[in-house]
Design a protein around this ligand. Structure first.
Ligand code: HEM
Length: 147
């Protein structure tokens, strides 16, 4: 319905430029929670946001995140089909030391990126529509954390 339309239309342009938008999102994430830098152990160690952003593996991860968002946007009518994939993705993140609480901050960073990129287009209903979709994705990922 209306929510799905808001998400699809706003993602149309953002999804074409995944890396720059993902970089805005992760720069914000590290500003809000710098300790997350320590979870990226690549050849070029992520000591600072700048180190991280110059690491090709990190930029690959940014692309991976954007592709998951892209998949969610494409599956808005049947998000449940992504459940197993997202549960396994959650397990991988537990294994690398991510805490489910950090996904709250990731969500804030996603909204920040949308606000930066959409300008006037970033409205209260749009924000809520994205938050609803993100909450479903994160709930599915969080099921991957062994209790
Ligand atoms: C893999 C960290 C959030 C999607 C990884 C890896 C690390 C990592 C260290 C393994 C190395 C790599 O593939 O680059 C983090 C941290 C996050 C975060 C610290 C923030 C708290 C997310 C989110 C998504 C995501 C929100 C998507 C919604 C992926 C994907 C992979 C991955 C698709 C590859 C999994 C595979 O190899 O099958 N992440 N991640 N990550 N991450 Fe994240």
């Amino acid at each position: 319905e209306k929510d799905k339309e808001l998400i699809r239309v706003s993602w149309e342009s953002l999804g074409k430029n995944k890396v720059p938008h993902g970089v805005i999102m992760f720069s914000r994430l590290f500003e809000l929670e710098p300790a997350l830098l320590n979870l990226f152990h690549y050849n070029t160690n992520c000591g600072t946001t700048e180190d991280c952003l110059s690491s090709p593996e990190f930029l690959d991860h940014v692309t991976k995140v954007m592709l998951v968002i892209d998949a969610a946007v494409s599956h808005l009518d049947n998000l449940h089909t992504l459940e197993d994939f997202l549960l396994n993705l959650g397990k991988k993140h537990q294994a690398v030391g991510v805490n489910t609480q950090s996904f709250v901050v990731v969500g804030e960073s996603l909204l920040y990126m949308l606000q930066c990129s959409l300008g006037q287009g970033y409205t209260a209903p749009l924000r809520q529509a994205w938050l609803n979709m993100y909450t479903i994705v994160v709930a599915a990922m969080s099921r991957g954390w062994a209790k």
